[in-house]
Design a protein around this ligand. Structure first.
Ligand SMILES: Cc1ncc(COP(=O)(O)O)c(C=O)c1O
Length: 361
């Protein structure tokens, strides 16, 4: 199969990243050094939180959040099924049980009313995934969680997003970010946890580095979940690009929404007015012709994808019988279209025109 002409996502990288990585190589310090500390400092500052702890990827960062809270066998964590698989498998990684909750049909984020119904005496945390970079209904979820359940953010897709003016990453007790190449900023692979809680930040640092509090002193069970200095140096440069990337994506998303909103049978993404989303994905709802439209776009060289096939339907969760009618309905109708900062006006126009041709024929 030939590579699509119009990609779903495209990272922005340039000479600055090359220079930053070259400087790391010249320094000889390739892990656990000053670039990791700098990436954490600038990331925390940008997201208005006290602490940031960088990890090798977002999936281990999620597991580290659970471990830092002492979540393990016998405990439950409420997660959406409309997400990337590791929002849920990371719960299994620490021996706890994921409990799937349904989502709001407009935002694809956790439905607080359904979360309330899934909470049991064993529930320790709720993981609010910010789908496509639009923050979840954090006020309502906080109320549902009350004092007894910890509210966490899966902000993998939400670098730079805001909720009632406050950055994602500071809306729950801890938040996880991911920097794979489809995200708005990337380090190739990479993850990070933000928190205002100094004790949790310290626990996260120990978990990341073999439980090591001083050289060869291992106080607790830890892992090697470190990010490299090359990735961290790249992350600092990428963070400097974030506002430019988001400006461009907001413009592209607004343009596409105006154009697609006029086509019968196409529902562009809906935005909760409390949020400033970052359009990591641009996910529309179509009618029963979704699969035809996907095939037509692919044939036309335009990359489109189903983000996400519900997690609870995956073989890894066989035996879990979750009743999630909204998630199932969305999964049958949703389609994510190309959305990145390097899309040209002509490409945007081609995406919209092709969707229009496919849904109206
Ligand atoms: C919502 C969500 N959660 C978790 C992850 C996992 O992050 P990573 O791929 O860095 O392990 C991703 C991205 O891949 C994601 O989109």
């Amino acid at each position: 199969m030939t590579a699509p002409r119009i990609r779903l996502a495209r990272p922005v990288t340039g000479e600055e990243e090359v220079d930053a990585i070259r400087a790391v190589l010249a320094s000889g310090v390739l892990t656990n050094g000053p670039r990791t500390a700098e990436f954490e400092r600038v990331f925390a500052q940008r997201h208005d939180v006290a602490h940031a702890v960088a990890f090798a990827n977002g999936t281990v960062a999620l597991a580290a959040m659970y471990l830092a809270l002492g979540i393990g066998p016998g405990d439950e964590v409420v997660v959406p099924s409309m997400t990337f698989i590791s929002s849920a498998t990371s719960v299994l990684h620490v021996g706890a049980t994921p409990v799937f909750a349904d989502v709001d049909p407009r935002t694809f984020n956790l439905d607080p009313g359904d979360v309330r119904r899934r909470i049991t005496p064993r529930t320790k945390a709720v993981l609010a995934v910010h789908y496509a970079g639009q923050p979840a209904a954090m006020d309502e979820l906080r109320e549902v969680c009350g004092d007894g359940v910890v509210l966490l953010e899966d902000a993998a897709q939400a670098v730079g997003a805001r909720y009632l003016g406050r950055p994602a990453g500071g809306l729950g007790r801890m938040a996880m970010f991911s920097f794979t190449p489809t995200k708005n900023i990337t380090t190739g692979e990479g993850g990070l946890v933000t928190t205002d809680d100094a004790e949790l930040a310290e626990a996260l640092r120990l978990l990341r580095n073999h439980g090591q509090s001083a050289l060869y002193r291992h106080d607790v069970l830890g892992w090697n979940w470190r990010i490299t200095e090359m990735q961290a140096a790249m992350g600092v440069v990428q963070l400097g690009r974030l506002d430019g990337i988001l400006d461009r994506k907001r413009r592209n998303a607004a343009w596409l929404t105006e154009r697609l909103g006029n086509i019968p049978g196409v529902t562009p993404p809906w935005h909760d007015p409390r949020t400033e989303p970052v359009h990591m994905l641009y996910t529309c709802l179509l009618d029963e012709r979704r699969d035809e439209v996907l095939a037509g776009l692919t044939a036309a060289g335009i990359e489109a994808r189903l983000y996400f096939p519900p997690a609870h339907r995956q073989a890894v969760f066989a035996g879990i019988d979750a009743d999630l009618p909204v998630t199932e309905d969305l999964a049958a109708r949703m389609l994510s279209l190309p959305m990145h900062s390097r899309l040209t006006d002509d490409e945007l126009d081609e995406v919209a025109a092709t969707v229009e041709r496919l849904v109206t024929r």
